[in-house]
Design a protein around this ligand. Structure first.
Ligand SMILES: NC(=O)c1ccc[n+]([C@@H]2O[C@H](COP(=O)([O-])OP(=O)(O)OC[C@H]3O[C@@H](n4cnc5c(N)ncnc54)[C@H](OP(=O)(O)O)[C@@H]3O)[C@@H](O)[C@H]2O)c1
Length: 289
């Protein structure tokens, strides 16, 4: 089955999410602000419609610029783009949630986001410091009830600032806190988590499916393997022998099979890339046939 750029899943609130998203988070010097704009424009040119970003990536100004320039040149309309942003850990207190979203929208110069996620269930000390630390250099955490944060997310949706709301990096118990909260107005539409052939999240996926929550997988291609984040001696996902055997048999690239593995399990996938390679040089879209 061939996937088209606009293949999508219908979320539990009725909105549609394209099944392949372009990841824009990469904490490397190589990923300069200029490159962010260029890569996002190319991604839209080759067919991506789902753009995954976050306040903490520090590039919403550039991503917004790229999206608006592709709208201005007629490649897409705003409604063709599915933009995901994320609430950072310093903004979990209910009064800071909308402020965080509005700051992102201002940076993006967009009127609304398609999807806004609580980036992680972990909260840092509220304030403008993104990584607040104590005198010993240790991160300072805070303890807002995540259900209060969720109510503030619901209010952002009601205010029309965002079409859908969801979570990221939540385990089952954290999801259950929200799903079972009294007066729940909107369920999370998705849970964006690390998911790939080395970490297939089968239990969490089953749970999400049973609640009509889409599991959005990140690091599907094995991450950019940034030093300090990833053990450089860990096996490289795209070099996995089984993946390569399957890819060879199917006459596909290992990256295509790694993505297809999750798509066939009903997940939405994110992929980050700053290089044009293979079919993407010529094709209108990643060839996922
Ligand atoms: N919610 C969260 O907490 C969270 C956490 C991590 C990531 N994410 C999201 O998920 C996105 C993707 O995850 P990720 O950044 O960890 O990385 P990823 O998509 O698993 O991997 C990116 C790496 O794969 C390479 N690559 C891309 N296409 C390829 C292909 N066709 N063949 C071979 N290699 C290929 C890229 O190289 P080039 O760049 O040279 O093309 C890059 O080194 C992020 O950008 C972000 O939007 C979210």
């Amino acid at each position: 089955m061939a996937l088209k750029p606009d293949s999508y899943v219908v979320l539990n609130d009725g909105n549609k999410m394209p099944v392949i998203g372009f990841g824009t988070g990469a904490n490397t010097a190589k990923y300069t602000k200029e490159l962010v704009v260029e890569c996002t424009k190319v991604a839209i040119d080759v067919g991506y419609r789902h753009i995954d970003c976050a306040f903490i990536y520090g590039n919403e100004v550039q991503i917004g610029q790229a999206i608006r320039s592709k709208i201005a040149d007629g490649t897409v309309k705003r409604e063709d783009i599915f933009y995901t942003g994320k609430l950072w850990n310093n903004n979990h207190t209910p009064e800071r949630v909308r402020l965080g979203l509005e700051k992102s929208l201002k940076d993006l110069q967009l009127d609304y986001m398609d999807l806004f996620l609580i980036h992680t269930p972990v909260e840092f000390k509220p304030g403008d410091d993104l990584y607040p630390t104590d005198e010993n250099g240790k991160l300072v955490f805070h303890n807002t009830d995540i259900r209060e944060t969720w109510k503030a997310m619901e209010a952002c949706r009601d205010a029309g600032l965002v079409r859908s709301i969801g979570v990221s990096n939540f385990n089952r118990r954290q999801l259950e806190l929200i799903l079972n909260m009294p007066g729940l107005k909107y369920k999370p539409v998705c849970n964006q988590v690390e998911c790939h052939i080395f970490l297939n999240q089968s239990k969490l996926l089953e749970f999400c499916k049973s609640h009509d929550i889409v599991l959005v997988g990140y690091s599907v291609l094995g991450t950019s393997r940034i030093e300090g984040w990833i053990d450089q001696n860990s096996p490289k996902l795209l070099e996995d022998p089984v993946l390569n055997t399957v890819a060879k048999k199917l006459n596909r690239s290992p990256a295509q099979v790694a993505l297809r593995y999750l798509l066939q399990r009903g997940c939405v996938v994110l992929a980050k890339s700053i290089s044009l390679r293979g079919s993407r040089k010529t094709s209108k879209f990643l060839t996922l046939t």
